[in-house]
Ligand binder design. Sequence first.
Ligand code: NDP
Length: 340
Amino acid sequence: QTVLVTGTNGYLGTQVSLAFLEAGYTVRGTARSLEKAKNWIAKFPMHEKNFEIAVVPDLTGEHAYDQAIVGVDVVVHTASPVNVASIKDNEQDMLLPAIWGTRNLLVATKLEPSIQRVVYTSSFAAVCNPPLLPHAGHMYTDDSWNPATYDEAKASDNPFFVYCASKTLAEQEVWKYIKENKPSWHATTICPPLILGPPLQPMSSMGSLNASLVSIWTLINGDSNHGIPETHVPALTDVRDIAKAHVLSAQKEEAKNERFLVIAHHFKNEEVIDMAAEAHSEVRDRLPDVSSFKYDASDHFRSDSTKVQKKLGFSFMPKDKSIRETIDSLLELDKKLEGY
Ligand code: NDP
C-alpha cells in the first residue's frame, strides 16, 4: 500500500513517514522543494527503495495535490504552519495554508478511488478554548472543540489564538467534507498536545528546531536562567506514540470516522529542568533552581484520552522516558551541529 504523507520533512512528518515505512508501506512524501525532499531521503538511505518524492510548492493552489495523490491508498496530512513567531499576516501565514491545504487535499481524493483512509493531524489547539487556558478543573475530551471563528482569528493580535483557530477550522474542513460529499474513504483526526521526543528530521542548526522542541530547548540551553517560563500547554505526548497513532488509525476498523484526543501526560517545565539537572551534570550550572517546586495538577485543565488507547489498542510511553529522551537528543544534537 502507498501512503501520501504531507510535510514529510517536518518533525512529526518525519516520524510518521518512518513509522509507515517500518510498517511496510511505500511512502510518498511531500515537501515544498525538491531540495528538502532530497535532504530527507539522504538522511534515511535505508528507505530509499520505498520512498517517493512529491514536490508540492504551494498547498493553497487549487490543484496542489492532483498529481501527488494518484496511486495512493492512504492520505496523511501533517503539513500546516506551526511557527507562531513568524506570523506577519494572520490569513496568509496561518489560516489560509491550514484551511486550503486541507480542503485541496480532500477535493483531490476524488481523483483516486483507491483511497481508503484519510488521517488528519489536528491538535489540542482544536480542542481547547485558548483564552480560558489553563482552564483549571475543566475536563477536555475527544468531543471538545475550540469555539474560535475565522473572523475572530483574522482580527486577533494573539498568534497562539490564530494558530489554534487555524487547526480548528482545518479539522472542521475534514468533517464538513465527509458530511457534504460522503466519500468512500473513512477519516480519523488526531489531536495531540505538545509533542516531545527525539527530532529525526534533517536540520542544519538548532535555530531550525521545530516549535514544540524549542519550548523544551529554551529550558535547558541557558535561556531560562533568569526565570522559568510558564508551561504554556502543560500536556505532552511522545512523537513516536503520535506516529504510531497515525499508522494504527490508517489500519484499524475501530478508527473509522473517529476523533482522538491524544494526551499521554500532564507536566510542568520544572520537571524538565529537574530531569536535565539530574541526568546531565555538564549543564547543571546553566539551569534555574527548581528545588522548591511542587507539582500541582489542579491548577490547569484535565483530559480524557482513554478512547484512543482502547480503540487503537496501545498505551503511551512513560512520561519520564519521553522527557529524558527529548533532553538527551537535544543535547546530543546541539553538540553535533555546533559550528554549523
Ligand atoms: P514542523 O514545523 O516540524 O513541520 C511542519 C510541516 O508543515 C513541515 O513539513 C512544513 O514545511 C510544512 N508547512 C508548514 N507551513 C506550510 C505551508 N505554508 N505550506 C506548505 N507546507 C507547510 O512542525 P510539527 O512537525 O511539529 O507539526 C506537524 C503537524 O503536527 C502540524 O499539523 C501541527 O499543527 C501538528 N501538531 C504539532 C504539535 C507539536 O507539538 N509539534 C502538537 C499538535 C499538533 P517546511 O519545512 O517547508 O516549512
